[in-house]
Ligand binder design. Structure first.
Ligand code: ATP
Length: 366
Protein backbone atom coordinates (compact mmCIF):
# COMPACT_ATOMS: atom_id res chain seq x y z
CA UNK A 1 0.00 0.00 0.00
CA UNK A 2 1.38 3.44 -0.96
CA UNK A 3 1.84 6.32 1.47
CA UNK A 4 -1.01 8.84 1.55
CA UNK A 5 1.19 11.43 -0.17
CA UNK A 6 1.81 9.04 -3.05
CA UNK A 7 -1.90 8.36 -3.36
CA UNK A 8 -2.66 12.09 -3.42
CA UNK A 9 0.00 12.65 -6.05
CA UNK A 10 -1.55 10.16 -8.46
CA UNK A 11 -5.19 11.06 -7.76
CA UNK A 12 -7.04 12.07 -10.90
CA UNK A 13 -8.64 15.52 -11.00
CA UNK A 14 -12.41 15.59 -11.52
CA UNK A 15 -12.01 17.23 -14.90
CA UNK A 16 -8.93 17.05 -17.06
CA UNK A 17 -8.45 18.92 -20.34
CA UNK A 18 -5.42 17.89 -22.33
CA UNK A 19 -4.17 19.78 -25.36
CA UNK A 20 -7.52 21.28 -26.37
CA UNK A 21 -7.21 23.17 -29.64
CA UNK A 22 -9.95 24.91 -31.59
CA UNK A 23 -9.93 26.81 -34.85
CA UNK A 24 -12.71 28.60 -36.69
CA UNK A 25 -11.59 28.57 -40.31
CA UNK A 26 -8.13 30.13 -40.29
CA UNK A 27 -8.61 31.71 -36.86
CA UNK A 28 -7.20 29.86 -33.85
CA UNK A 29 -9.53 30.43 -30.89
CA UNK A 30 -7.79 28.01 -28.48
CA UNK A 31 -4.16 26.93 -28.55
CA UNK A 32 -3.51 23.64 -26.77
CA UNK A 33 -5.25 24.27 -23.48
CA UNK A 34 -4.30 21.91 -20.65
CA UNK A 35 -6.08 22.22 -17.34
CA UNK A 36 -7.13 20.14 -14.33
CA UNK A 37 -10.11 20.97 -12.13
CA UNK A 38 -10.40 19.28 -8.75
CA UNK A 39 -13.64 17.88 -7.36
CA UNK A 40 -15.67 20.55 -5.53
CA UNK A 41 -13.61 23.47 -6.85
CA UNK A 42 -15.00 26.67 -8.28
CA UNK A 43 -12.76 27.73 -11.14
CA UNK A 44 -13.28 30.92 -13.12
CA UNK A 45 -12.15 31.53 -16.70
CA UNK A 46 -11.17 35.18 -16.80
CA UNK A 47 -9.92 37.21 -19.73
CA UNK A 48 -10.70 39.98 -22.17
CA UNK A 49 -13.40 39.71 -24.79
CA UNK A 50 -12.50 37.22 -27.51
CA UNK A 51 -9.81 35.35 -25.51
CA UNK A 52 -11.65 32.04 -25.92
CA UNK A 53 -13.24 31.47 -22.51
CA UNK A 54 -16.77 30.82 -23.79
CA UNK A 55 -15.44 28.56 -26.54
CA UNK A 56 -13.59 26.51 -23.92
CA UNK A 57 -16.69 26.25 -21.73
CA UNK A 58 -18.78 25.19 -24.73
CA UNK A 59 -16.23 22.51 -25.60
CA UNK A 60 -16.46 21.14 -22.04
CA UNK A 61 -20.24 21.12 -22.46
CA UNK A 62 -20.09 19.39 -25.85
CA UNK A 63 -21.81 22.37 -27.51
CA UNK A 64 -18.69 22.93 -29.60
CA UNK A 65 -16.19 20.31 -30.77
CA UNK A 66 -12.44 20.73 -30.31
CA UNK A 67 -10.15 20.05 -33.28
CA UNK A 68 -7.88 18.00 -31.06
CA UNK A 69 -7.27 17.22 -27.41
CA UNK A 70 -9.11 15.20 -24.81
CA UNK A 71 -11.53 15.79 -21.95
CA UNK A 72 -11.89 13.37 -19.06
CA UNK A 73 -14.62 13.99 -16.49
CA UNK A 74 -15.04 11.77 -13.45
CA UNK A 75 -12.71 9.18 -14.97
CA UNK A 76 -14.75 8.98 -18.21
CA UNK A 77 -13.38 10.13 -21.55
CA UNK A 78 -16.06 12.51 -22.82
CA UNK A 79 -13.97 14.05 -25.62
CA UNK A 80 -16.37 13.04 -28.39
CA UNK A 81 -19.54 12.51 -26.38
CA UNK A 82 -22.66 14.45 -27.47
CA UNK A 83 -23.81 17.16 -25.05
CA UNK A 84 -26.88 15.16 -24.00
CA UNK A 85 -24.72 12.32 -22.72
CA UNK A 86 -22.47 14.52 -20.58
CA UNK A 87 -23.00 15.13 -16.88
CA UNK A 88 -23.41 18.89 -16.34
CA UNK A 89 -25.91 21.67 -15.74
CA UNK A 90 -25.44 25.03 -17.44
CA UNK A 91 -26.56 28.62 -16.84
CA UNK A 92 -26.20 31.19 -19.61
CA UNK A 93 -25.92 34.95 -19.47
CA UNK A 94 -29.40 35.52 -20.82
CA UNK A 95 -31.87 33.78 -18.62
CA UNK A 96 -32.80 31.20 -21.27
CA UNK A 97 -35.83 29.94 -19.36
CA UNK A 98 -38.74 28.57 -21.42
CA UNK A 99 -41.12 31.55 -21.41
CA UNK A 100 -44.23 29.47 -22.01
CA UNK A 101 -43.55 27.09 -19.10
CA UNK A 102 -44.18 27.81 -15.43
CA UNK A 103 -41.24 28.12 -13.09
CA UNK A 104 -42.10 24.66 -11.75
CA UNK A 105 -42.01 23.14 -15.24
CA UNK A 106 -38.81 24.98 -16.10
CA UNK A 107 -37.02 23.53 -13.09
CA UNK A 108 -38.62 20.11 -13.63
CA UNK A 109 -37.53 19.99 -17.29
CA UNK A 110 -34.44 17.80 -16.92
CA UNK A 111 -36.17 15.52 -14.43
CA UNK A 112 -39.14 14.96 -16.77
CA UNK A 113 -36.69 14.19 -19.58
CA UNK A 114 -35.12 11.57 -17.37
CA UNK A 115 -38.57 10.10 -16.71
CA UNK A 116 -38.48 10.62 -12.96
CA UNK A 117 -41.69 9.86 -11.05
CA UNK A 118 -44.25 12.57 -10.27
CA UNK A 119 -43.65 12.53 -6.54
CA UNK A 120 -39.89 12.66 -6.91
CA UNK A 121 -40.17 15.60 -9.33
CA UNK A 122 -42.45 17.49 -6.92
CA UNK A 123 -40.14 16.88 -4.01
CA UNK A 124 -37.00 17.82 -5.94
CA UNK A 125 -38.42 20.99 -7.55
CA UNK A 126 -39.73 22.12 -4.14
CA UNK A 127 -36.30 21.52 -2.66
CA UNK A 128 -34.54 23.45 -5.43
CA UNK A 129 -36.90 26.44 -5.33
CA UNK A 130 -36.28 26.64 -1.60
CA UNK A 131 -32.55 26.33 -2.17
CA UNK A 132 -32.51 29.40 -4.46
CA UNK A 133 -34.79 31.36 -2.13
CA UNK A 134 -37.92 31.38 -4.31
CA UNK A 135 -40.12 28.67 -2.72
CA UNK A 136 -43.43 30.23 -3.79
CA UNK A 137 -42.63 30.96 -7.43
CA UNK A 138 -43.62 27.59 -8.94
CA UNK A 139 -46.88 28.70 -10.56
CA UNK A 140 -45.44 31.92 -12.03
CA UNK A 141 -44.04 32.39 -15.52
CA UNK A 142 -40.49 33.66 -16.24
CA UNK A 143 -41.84 37.01 -17.49
CA UNK A 144 -43.24 37.68 -14.01
CA UNK A 145 -39.82 37.47 -12.37
CA UNK A 146 -36.95 39.97 -12.20
CA UNK A 147 -33.68 39.26 -13.99
CA UNK A 148 -32.00 38.14 -10.77
CA UNK A 149 -34.92 35.86 -9.89
CA UNK A 150 -34.83 34.34 -13.36
CA UNK A 151 -31.11 33.59 -12.95
CA UNK A 152 -31.86 31.90 -9.61
CA UNK A 153 -34.42 29.73 -11.41
CA UNK A 154 -31.93 29.02 -14.20
CA UNK A 155 -29.52 27.90 -11.47
CA UNK A 156 -32.17 25.65 -9.91
CA UNK A 157 -32.89 24.15 -13.33
CA UNK A 158 -29.18 23.53 -13.94
CA UNK A 159 -28.86 21.78 -10.58
CA UNK A 160 -32.07 19.74 -10.84
CA UNK A 161 -30.47 16.49 -11.94
CA UNK A 162 -27.64 16.90 -9.41
CA UNK A 163 -24.99 17.08 -12.17
CA UNK A 164 -21.33 16.41 -11.48
CA UNK A 165 -20.35 19.69 -13.09
CA UNK A 166 -21.97 23.13 -13.04
CA UNK A 167 -21.10 25.44 -15.94
CA UNK A 168 -21.85 29.16 -15.65
CA UNK A 169 -21.40 31.36 -18.72
CA UNK A 170 -21.31 34.99 -17.53
CA UNK A 171 -24.39 34.31 -15.38
CA UNK A 172 -24.36 37.74 -13.73
CA UNK A 173 -23.48 40.11 -16.52
CA UNK A 174 -27.07 40.98 -17.50
CA UNK A 175 -27.94 42.04 -13.93
CA UNK A 176 -27.69 45.44 -12.27
CA UNK A 177 -24.75 46.07 -9.92
CA UNK A 178 -26.57 45.39 -6.64
CA UNK A 179 -28.22 42.19 -7.83
CA UNK A 180 -24.92 41.00 -9.27
CA UNK A 181 -23.25 41.42 -5.92
CA UNK A 182 -26.05 39.63 -4.07
CA UNK A 183 -26.25 36.71 -6.51
CA UNK A 184 -22.47 36.41 -6.57
CA UNK A 185 -22.50 35.61 -2.86
CA UNK A 186 -25.52 33.32 -3.17
CA UNK A 187 -24.01 31.26 -5.99
CA UNK A 188 -20.73 30.82 -4.13
CA UNK A 189 -22.50 29.81 -0.90
CA UNK A 190 -24.72 27.35 -2.75
CA UNK A 191 -21.78 25.90 -4.67
CA UNK A 192 -19.85 25.34 -1.46
CA UNK A 193 -22.84 23.88 0.32
CA UNK A 194 -23.49 21.40 -2.48
CA UNK A 195 -19.80 20.83 -3.17
CA UNK A 196 -20.51 20.83 -6.90
CA UNK A 197 -17.49 21.27 -9.17
CA UNK A 198 -18.10 24.54 -11.00
CA UNK A 199 -16.59 26.45 -13.88
CA UNK A 200 -17.65 30.04 -14.41
CA UNK A 201 -16.78 32.26 -17.35
CA UNK A 202 -16.48 35.95 -16.58
CA UNK A 203 -14.69 39.03 -17.83
CA UNK A 204 -15.21 40.76 -14.47
CA UNK A 205 -12.04 40.48 -12.43
CA UNK A 206 -13.68 41.31 -9.11
CA UNK A 207 -16.23 38.57 -9.71
CA UNK A 208 -13.49 36.09 -10.63
CA UNK A 209 -11.29 36.93 -7.65
CA UNK A 210 -14.08 37.02 -5.07
CA UNK A 211 -15.80 33.78 -6.07
CA UNK A 212 -13.08 31.42 -7.23
CA UNK A 213 -10.92 28.83 -5.57
CA UNK A 214 -8.70 29.17 -8.61
CA UNK A 215 -8.66 31.57 -11.52
CA UNK A 216 -7.61 30.67 -15.07
CA UNK A 217 -6.45 33.87 -16.78
CA UNK A 218 -6.74 33.59 -20.56
CA UNK A 219 -5.47 35.74 -23.39
CA UNK A 220 -5.62 35.11 -27.16
CA UNK A 221 -6.54 31.45 -26.72
CA UNK A 222 -3.72 30.80 -24.24
CA UNK A 223 -3.72 30.27 -20.49
CA UNK A 224 -1.51 33.01 -19.06
CA UNK A 225 -1.74 31.80 -15.46
CA UNK A 226 -3.68 29.42 -13.23
CA UNK A 227 -3.71 30.19 -9.52
CA UNK A 228 -5.62 31.15 -6.43
CA UNK A 229 -6.98 34.70 -6.48
CA UNK A 230 -4.13 35.74 -4.14
CA UNK A 231 -1.48 34.21 -6.39
CA UNK A 232 -2.94 35.80 -9.49
CA UNK A 233 -3.01 39.21 -7.83
CA UNK A 234 0.18 39.13 -5.79
CA UNK A 235 2.38 36.99 -7.99
CA UNK A 236 1.28 37.63 -11.56
CA UNK A 237 3.18 35.36 -13.92
CA UNK A 238 3.22 37.80 -16.80
CA UNK A 239 2.91 41.48 -17.63
CA UNK A 240 -0.49 40.72 -19.14
CA UNK A 241 -1.82 39.27 -15.86
CA UNK A 242 -0.38 42.12 -13.79
CA UNK A 243 -1.98 44.65 -16.13
CA UNK A 244 -5.30 42.90 -16.53
CA UNK A 245 -5.95 42.28 -12.83
CA UNK A 246 -6.14 45.35 -10.65
CA UNK A 247 -4.07 48.48 -11.05
CA UNK A 248 -0.32 48.36 -11.37
CA UNK A 249 2.55 50.81 -11.84
CA UNK A 250 4.92 49.95 -14.66
CA UNK A 251 8.37 51.44 -14.20
CA UNK A 252 10.75 51.40 -17.17
CA UNK A 253 14.26 50.84 -15.87
CA UNK A 254 17.72 49.79 -16.99
CA UNK A 255 19.50 46.93 -15.23
CA UNK A 256 22.78 47.78 -13.58
CA UNK A 257 23.64 44.16 -12.78
CA UNK A 258 23.45 42.54 -9.34
CA UNK A 259 19.66 43.03 -9.18
CA UNK A 260 19.96 46.83 -9.25
CA UNK A 261 17.98 49.01 -11.61
CA UNK A 262 18.25 52.61 -12.64
CA UNK A 263 15.38 54.91 -13.45
CA UNK A 264 16.78 58.33 -14.33
CA UNK A 265 19.27 58.88 -11.49
CA UNK A 266 17.25 56.84 -8.99
CA UNK A 267 18.72 53.45 -8.11
CA UNK A 268 16.35 50.67 -7.09
CA UNK A 269 17.62 47.59 -5.31
CA UNK A 270 16.29 44.08 -5.67
CA UNK A 271 13.16 43.17 -7.57
CA UNK A 272 11.66 39.72 -7.54
CA UNK A 273 12.75 38.06 -10.77
CA UNK A 274 15.51 40.65 -11.17
CA UNK A 275 18.55 38.57 -10.24
CA UNK A 276 20.71 37.58 -13.16
CA UNK A 277 19.49 40.29 -15.54
CA UNK A 278 22.51 41.53 -17.52
CA UNK A 279 23.60 45.16 -17.07
CA UNK A 280 22.22 47.44 -19.75
CA UNK A 281 19.01 45.44 -20.29
CA UNK A 282 15.83 47.50 -20.48
CA UNK A 283 13.24 46.08 -18.08
CA UNK A 284 9.78 46.80 -16.74
CA UNK A 285 9.23 46.71 -12.99
CA UNK A 286 5.68 46.18 -11.72
CA UNK A 287 4.46 47.52 -8.40
CA UNK A 288 0.88 47.71 -7.07
CA UNK A 289 -0.34 51.14 -5.86
CA UNK A 290 -1.09 49.78 -2.37
CA UNK A 291 2.47 48.45 -2.00
CA UNK A 292 4.13 51.86 -2.28
CA UNK A 293 4.97 53.21 1.16
CA UNK A 294 4.52 56.86 2.10
CA UNK A 295 7.64 57.43 4.20
CA UNK A 296 7.77 59.85 7.12
CA UNK A 297 10.67 62.32 7.01
CA UNK A 298 12.69 60.54 9.73
CA UNK A 299 12.05 56.98 8.50
CA UNK A 300 14.80 54.94 6.91
CA UNK A 301 13.57 53.08 3.85
CA UNK A 302 15.30 51.30 1.00
CA UNK A 303 14.37 52.52 -2.49
CA UNK A 304 13.06 55.83 -1.12
CA UNK A 305 12.60 58.86 -3.33
CA UNK A 306 11.31 62.41 -3.14
CA UNK A 307 7.98 62.84 -4.87
CA UNK A 308 5.49 65.55 -5.67
CA UNK A 309 1.74 65.02 -5.77
CA UNK A 310 0.27 65.70 -9.21
CA UNK A 311 -3.28 64.46 -8.60
CA UNK A 312 -5.54 63.31 -5.76
CA UNK A 313 -8.59 61.34 -6.79
CA UNK A 314 -11.16 60.86 -4.04
CA UNK A 315 -12.73 57.39 -4.09
CA UNK A 316 -14.49 57.24 -0.74
CA UNK A 317 -12.59 55.10 1.77
CA UNK A 318 -9.25 55.76 0.11
CA UNK A 319 -7.76 57.97 -2.58
CA UNK A 320 -5.69 57.42 -5.66
CA UNK A 321 -2.72 59.75 -5.36
CA UNK A 322 -0.50 60.26 -8.39
CA UNK A 323 3.03 61.42 -7.68
CA UNK A 324 5.95 62.35 -9.92
CA UNK A 325 9.49 61.29 -8.98
CA UNK A 326 11.91 63.98 -10.11
CA UNK A 327 15.02 61.75 -9.77
CA UNK A 328 13.32 59.14 -11.91
CA UNK A 329 12.78 61.42 -14.89
CA UNK A 330 9.38 62.56 -13.57
CA UNK A 331 8.16 58.95 -13.56
CA UNK A 332 4.53 58.96 -12.45
CA UNK A 333 3.41 56.51 -9.75
CA UNK A 334 -0.07 55.76 -8.50
CA UNK A 335 -0.49 55.19 -4.75
CA UNK A 336 -3.46 54.15 -2.63
CA UNK A 337 -3.65 56.40 0.41
CA UNK A 338 -6.33 56.28 3.08
CA UNK A 339 -8.47 59.37 3.51
CA UNK A 340 -7.21 59.61 7.07
CA UNK A 341 -3.57 59.77 5.93
CA UNK A 342 -4.47 62.34 3.29
CA UNK A 343 -5.97 64.51 6.04
CA UNK A 344 -3.09 63.94 8.47
CA UNK A 345 -0.43 64.80 5.90
CA UNK A 346 -2.62 67.44 4.29
CA UNK A 347 -1.83 65.98 0.90
CA UNK A 348 -3.00 67.97 -2.10
CA UNK A 349 -1.79 68.70 -5.59
CA UNK A 350 1.73 70.14 -5.31
CA UNK A 351 2.53 68.59 -1.88
CA UNK A 352 6.00 67.13 -1.44
CA UNK A 353 6.45 63.74 0.19
CA UNK A 354 8.80 60.76 0.32
CA UNK A 355 7.79 57.40 -1.03
CA UNK A 356 9.50 54.02 -0.82
CA UNK A 357 9.28 51.22 -3.35
CA UNK A 358 9.61 47.96 -1.39
CA UNK A 359 11.89 45.50 -3.16
CA UNK A 360 9.88 42.47 -2.06
CA UNK A 361 6.80 43.87 -3.80
CA UNK A 362 8.48 44.92 -7.01
CA UNK A 363 8.35 42.34 -9.80
CA UNK A 364 10.26 42.20 -13.00
CA UNK A 365 7.98 40.85 -15.72
CA UNK A 366 8.72 40.26 -19.36
P1 ATP B 1 -16.56 37.28 -24.79
O1 ATP B 1 -16.28 37.66 -23.37
O2 ATP B 1 -16.65 38.46 -25.70
O3 ATP B 1 -17.70 36.33 -24.95
P2 ATP B 1 -14.75 35.04 -25.05
O4 ATP B 1 -13.44 35.09 -24.39
O5 ATP B 1 -15.80 34.22 -24.43
O6 ATP B 1 -15.25 36.52 -25.32
P3 ATP B 1 -15.17 33.40 -27.35
O7 ATP B 1 -16.63 33.65 -27.46
O8 ATP B 1 -14.73 32.09 -26.83
O9 ATP B 1 -14.47 34.56 -26.53
O10 ATP B 1 -14.52 33.62 -28.77
C1 ATP B 1 -13.13 33.48 -29.02
C2 ATP B 1 -12.84 33.90 -30.42
O11 ATP B 1 -13.38 32.94 -31.34
C3 ATP B 1 -13.44 35.23 -30.81
O12 ATP B 1 -12.52 35.93 -31.60
C4 ATP B 1 -14.67 34.87 -31.61
O13 ATP B 1 -14.96 35.85 -32.57
C5 ATP B 1 -14.26 33.56 -32.24
N1 ATP B 1 -15.42 32.68 -32.45
C6 ATP B 1 -16.20 32.15 -31.48
N2 ATP B 1 -17.17 31.37 -31.99
C7 ATP B 1 -17.01 31.42 -33.35
C8 ATP B 1 -17.68 30.83 -34.46
N3 ATP B 1 -18.71 30.01 -34.27
N4 ATP B 1 -17.22 31.11 -35.69
C9 ATP B 1 -16.16 31.91 -35.88
N5 ATP B 1 -15.48 32.50 -34.88
C10 ATP B 1 -15.88 32.26 -33.63
Amino acid sequence: MGAPAAVAATREPFLRLEGIRKTFGRFTALQTITLAVERGELVTFLGPSGCGKTTLLRIIAGLETQDSGSIVQGGRDISRLPAMQRDYGIVFQSYALFPNLTIFDNVAYGLVNRRKGRDEIHRRVGELLKLVGLPDSGTKYPGQLSGGQQQRIALARALATAPGLLLLDEPLSALDALERLRLRGEIRALQQRLGVTTIMVTHDQEEALSMADRVVVMNHGFIEQIGTPQQIYREPASAFVADFIGKVNVISAIAEGGNRFRVGTLLLDGASGGAGVAAGTRVSLYLRPEDIVVAGSGDEHANAAHAKVTKVEFLGAFCHVTVAIADAGEQLLLLNVSRRSIDQMQLAEGSALRVALPADRMRLLA
